[in-house]
Design a protein around this ligand. Structure first.
Ligand SMILES: Nc1nc2c(ncn2[C@@H]2O[C@H](COP(=O)(O)OP(=O)(O)OP(=O)(O)O)[C@@H](O)[C@H]2O)c(=O)[nH]1
Ligand SMILES: [Mg+2]
Length: 371
């Protein structure tokens, strides 16, 4: 694996009601990025992130599981969280270490009770949120009703970036009103063909495009001036405006996906790469002692352990985020809670149960250490 710095790392958690498709979407992301060569399924107990026996028995996630996708020069760390509220502790520990949440909604069911419960935690953590309205291939899919419910519950900041042209069984086209492009997918999903937006959709797409620009511009005086002068913002202005409004939770952009058919995953990952905040763009966090930490690879090394697991044949593993400095195998770090100095064992990157040893991890990254 390449060595990624804090400008090229993105940390996301997939959040949402049980069964909305988080594990399937994670699988599609790993497949698209080439991390895996075959897409597993929840039904066949073959996904990367539902690898525990109990998850196979229940056909649903029980643990928040770490994976990563390398997508166009960025490393996207993904925590696939469980939707059942019994396991909400896993969601909370994920929110503690990621910079952005992808709230997955089931397009056939709209906003569900799990969505609302998890939403409250994202408010507490002030987590930037993107909505992925999934299952738009489902016979009962109702994208616009789902958008309306989300606006009703979570505010007018919920803003459509993409919508399905033909939801339901024949779904294969996404209209993207940021790029003002139609993405047409081949039958097996994967890489879409870019096409002009069909004439019949132009008016609606333009209106949504303007709504997107307006919500970005109204929170930034400079951008508003440019918008009023030119009636448009260029792509770079939009990108910057989106990042800052996303961080402040002044926009919740809406994407659409069919995770099962691998449609919409690549574009969502590109948005994650270029728009969601990098670790260096997030407000500094403080240690228990009150010291502010910035994602500087040459700063004092400080990690936060958000989860520990005892795995048969592997031993005890601790999952952590590097908040500052560069963490290396064999390093001695003081545990702030106990005051005890601990020597770090083997460091690794993690994709479900697959671990790859690495020599170091830089500020902003998430990985594990084997005790
Ligand atoms: N039709 C359709 N089915 C999907 C899609 N994505 C997921 N599913 C199915 O929905 C079911 C639940 O998917 P999961 O990926 O396990 O959902 P989850 O959000 O991880 O569920 P929990 O881990 O229980 O919270 C499975 O049967 C998937 O095959 C989709 O885009 N379209
Ligand atoms: Mg799951």
């Amino acid at each position: 694996m390449k060595n990624y710095d804090a400008h090229h790392i993105r940390n996301i958690a997939l959040l949402g009601h049980a069964g909305s498709g988080k594990t399937t979407l994670t699988e599609a992301m790993l497949f698209e990025s080439g991390e895996i060569t075959r897409r597993g399924s929840v039904e066949e107990n073959s996904t990367v992130t539902d690898f525990h026996e109990i998850e196979h028995e229940r056909r649903s996630s029980v643990f928040g599981t770490l994976a990563f996708a390398e997508w166009q020069d960025y490393k996207i760390n993904i925590i696939d969280t469980p939707g059942y509220i019994d396991y909400v502790g896993e969601v909370i520990s994920a929110l503690r270490v990621v910079d952005t949440g992808i709230m997955v909604l089931n397009s056939a069911n709209g906003v569900e009770v799990g969505t609302e419960t998890i939403w409250k935690y994202t408010k507490e953590f002030n987590t930037p949120i993107i909505f992925a309205i999934n299952k738009v291939d489902h016979d009962q899919s109702n994208f616009w009703r789902t958008v309306e419910q989300a606006k009703d519950r979570f505010g007018r900041e919920v803003t459509v970036v993409q919508y399905p042209l033909n939801e339901g069984g024949g779904f294969n086209t996404i209209i993207d009103v940021f790029k003002m492009t139609a993405y047409v997918f081949p039958p097996g999903g994967g890489k879409p063909e870019k096409k002009p937006i069909p004439d019949a959709e132009i008016e609606r797409a333009k209106q949504l495009h303007n709504e997107l620009i307006e919500i970005v511009a109204e929170n930034d005086e400079n951008l508003m001036d440019h918008y009023l002068e030119r009636g448009e913002l260029d792509e770079e202005e939009m990108r910057q405006g989106l990042t800052t409004t996303l961080i402040k939770r002044q926009i919740f952009p809406v994407f659409c996906t069919s995770a099962k058919n691998d449609m919409g995953t690549g574009r969502l990952m590109t948005f994650v790469d270029v728009v969601i905040p990098a670790p260096v763009e997030m407000p500094p966090v403080s240690t228990a002692g009150g010291e502010a930490l910035s994602a500087d690879p040459s700063g004092k090394t400080c990690i936060f352990v958000f989860k520990s697991l005892s795995e048969p044949n592997i031993g005890d593993m601790s999952f952590f985020r590097v908040y500052s400095g560069t963490v290396k195998h064999g390093m001695d770090l003081v545990n702030e809670q106990s005051g005890v100095t601990e020597r770090l064992g083997q460091l690794c990157t993690v994709n479900g149960k697959k671990r790859d040893e690495v020599k170091e991890l830089q500020a902003g990254d998430i990985g594990a250490v084997v005790k």
